[in-house]
Design a protein around this ligand. Structure first.
Ligand SMILES: [Zn+2]
Length: 157
C-alpha cells in the first residue's frame, strides 16, 4: 500500500482488527520512509457502482476518492475519526442500496453534503464550497447563509 504522504510503496501493517461491527478490517499502517501513519480498510464490495459525471462520462465509483474529499473537508475539525469512518461507510451503503448501479455525481455530492451537514457545519461548508465551485466571495457568503443546515449542532450556531 502506497504511503499517501510521501508515495513510498513499502509501508508496514502495525495492527489489524475488525471494525464497524465486523463489516471491515481496519489496518493501521506505518511508513518507514516518512514515519507517516495511516489507516486502510478491507471490506466486501456489494455492488460495482458507476458514477455518471456531469459531462455524461462514466467512471467506476471510487470509495477512496470519496473518502479523501471528506477527510479534506473534515481536516482539524473536532470529530472523532471513528465517526467519520462510520459516516463514510453509511454513505457507501446508502449508495449501494439505492437500487441503481449508475449514480449521477451530482446525487453523490448531495448525499455527502447532507451527511456532512449533520456532523459538522464547517466541514459541510468546505465540501460544499468545493463541490459547488463557488468562486466569488459574495456568492459564497450568500450560499453559507442560505444553506446553513437546520439541524447543525448548537455549538455551530
Ligand atoms: Zn511515507
Amino acid at each position: 500500500m502506497r504511503c499517501p504522504f510521501c508515495g513510498n510503496i513499502d509501508t508496514q501493517v502495525k495492527d489489524s482488527r475488525p471494525a464497524e461491527d465486523h463489516v471491515s478490517i481496519r489496518r493501521r499502517r506505518f511508513c518507514p520512509a516518512c514515519s507517516g501513519r495511516f489507516t486502510t480498510y478491507e471490506r466486501v464490495q456489494l455492488r460495482d457502482l458507476v458514477v455518471i459525471k456531469s459531462n455524461g462520462r462514466r467512471e467506476d465509483f471510487d470509495r477512496d476518492k470519496l473518502e479523501r474529499s471528506i477527510r479534506i473537508a473534515m481536516q482539524k475539525r473536532p470529530v472523532e475519526p471513528e465517526r467519520i469512518d462510520q459516516m463514510i461507510s453509511g454513505l457507501v451503503r446508502r449508495l449501494e442500496s439505492m437500487g441503481e448501479t449508475d449514480i449521477p455525481s451530482k446525487q453523490i455530492g448531495e448525499i455527502v453534503m447532507e451527511a456532512l451537514a449533520r456532523i459538522d457545519t464547517v466541514a459541510y461548508v468546505r465540501f460544499a464550497s468545493v463541490y459547488k465551485n463557488f468562486q466569488a466571495a459574495d456568492d459564497f457568503d450568500k450560499f453559507v447563509s442560505e444553506l446553513r443546515p437546520p439541524n447543525a449542532t448548537p455549538a455551530d450556531k
